[in-house]
Design a protein around this ligand. Structure first.
Ligand SMILES: NC(=O)c1ccc[n+]([C@@H]2O[C@H](COP(=O)([O-])OP(=O)(O)OC[C@H]3O[C@@H](n4cnc5c(N)ncnc54)[C@H](O)[C@@H]3O)[C@@H](O)[C@H]2O)c1
Ligand SMILES: [Zn+2]
Length: 373
């Protein structure tokens, strides 16, 4: 266990059922831009939150697409600049929250996201705008990380951007917002949170605080995800899932993720798998391989979660995924044998892959992927 470490978590977290309708108290200034996707705008959720903010001028950008592109970011930034936003709210899953993070910076930093990301050389200066994130999926933990993930449409490359300006000022956790999640999204986003927690736990950068957070989050997810999947309006399961995703986010915000996420980027950008699906499809295989360098630590975790061995944990996770109709083989998301080499190469370009507690090179990653084709 690492005994020398630092830990930084500057996000104020407010968690309460219904709290998303009481957020005006946290916002200085009048002009608010709320960033969301078409679903949350068309079903009235964004508007009902906006309407609850008496005295504020709320403008909506509601065109965020899954795995947001740099073009969406620039379009949202244009809206925020035009209204001189004092506060930017990201309402939604990771896609909307990630867009809000960079938009809150671009209100006072000139130019396009491409100036700061994907080859851009400019540095974001201190953000002047309040940033609030309100998750509506129990998954990404983006509300408590300094990461944004964007896709360059020209190159089809999806990569994370890490920046100190991306820590939200507020994470507003309202489980009621997740009652409308359909079972398939409950499953994939919930398993994304599981990946965050376990990748923080076995991470080469793991710290004791994160170990404790991850263990708690993993247990909570295992105990509640199937109920949330089967009973979308089960208050207790929804509340536990959004808190578990939050805790997993706090944990991996310190360590970053590992091979699962590295390999997920091409699976999403090139095969169209949702983020949670692209991550969890390799989860059981990565659990098995984690024993290479963290056998004892992983056994402790497996036992804590009620399994006799790490392989039994991997089997249990796979069975859980099957019970929620999730793909557990790469061919189920359209990957063919001839794609494996390319996925391996792209996965290896993400630096986080080397935080996996196993040797990660062309041969080992290829073999891991082949074992679950
Ligand atoms: N910044 C981070 O730390 C971080 C961490 C992990 C993932 N990510 C990124 O986040 C994105 C994925 O986010 P996501 O998995 O939350 O999905 P998402 O934001 O793309 O949303 C997925 C779908 O769920 C729908 N949805 C959202 N909330 C809903 C609700 N309450 N009811 C019904 N439908 C709802 C959306 O409309 C959308 O169609 C990816 O781009 C991923 O790379 C970021
Ligand atoms: Zn993730």
């Amino acid at each position: 266990m690492r005994e020398n470490f630092s830990y930084y978590m500057p996000v104020r977290i407010c968690c309460e059922a219904g709290i998303s309708k009481k957020i005006a108290q946290y916002i200085d200034g009048e002009n608010v831009v709320m960033i969301c996707d078409p679903f949350l705008y068309n079903n009235g959720v964004a508007k009902s939150i906006g309407d609850s903010m008496e005295g504020k001028n709320v403008v909506y950008f509601h065109d965020v697409e899954p795995n947001p592109s740099c073009e969406s970011v620039d379009a949202a930034a244009a809206v925020a600049r035009e209204v001189h936003a004092d506060c930017v709210i990201g309402l939604g899953g990771g896609s909307s929250m990630d867009v809000a993070k960079i938009v809150s910076c671009l209100t006072t930093n000139e130019g396009s996201i491409y100036d700061y990301y994907s080859g851009g050389t400019r540095t974001l200066q201190k953000r002047q705008t309040t940033l609030m994130c309100i998750p509506t999926t129990a998954g990404t933990g983006s509300e408590v990380t300094n990461v944004g993930v964007f896709t360059n449409r020209n190159t089809h490359v999806k990569m994370p951007m890490v920046n100190q300006q991306f820590w939200p000022d507020y994470a507003v956790i309202d489980a009621e917002l997740t009652y409308t999640l359909p079972p398939a999204i409950t499953a994939s986003t919930g398993m994304d949170a599981f990946c965050h927690a376990i990748e923080a736990y076995w991470n080469k950068e793991s710290v004791p605080l994160c170990d404790a957070l991850s263990m708690g989050a993993l247990k909570m997810i295992l105990e509640n995800i199937k109920t949330a999947y089967d009973e979308p309006e089960n208050k207790e399961a929804r509340s536990r899932m959004i808190i578990a995703a939050l805790i997993a986010g706090v944990s991996f915000s310190q360590t970053r993720t590992t091979g699962i996420h590295a390999v997920s980027f091409p699976l999403t950008a090139e095969f169209g798998a949702s983020h949670g699906t692209a991550c969890s499809v390799t989860l059981p295989a990565f659990i098995r391989i984690s024993q290479e360098q963290e056998a004892q630590k992983m056994l402790t975790l497996a036992k804590y979660l009620g399994y006799d061995s790490v392989d039994a944990l991997a089997d249990g996770v796979e069975a859980l995924m099957r019970s929620m109709n999730m793909p557990v083989r790469l061919h189920e998301i359209g990957v063919k044998a001839e794609d494996l080499e390319h996925i391996t190469e792209v996965g290896l370009t993400a630096a986080i892959i080397q935080l996996t507690p196993a040797v990660m090179n062309k041969e080992t990653v290829y073999q891991l992927l082949k074992s679950i084709l």
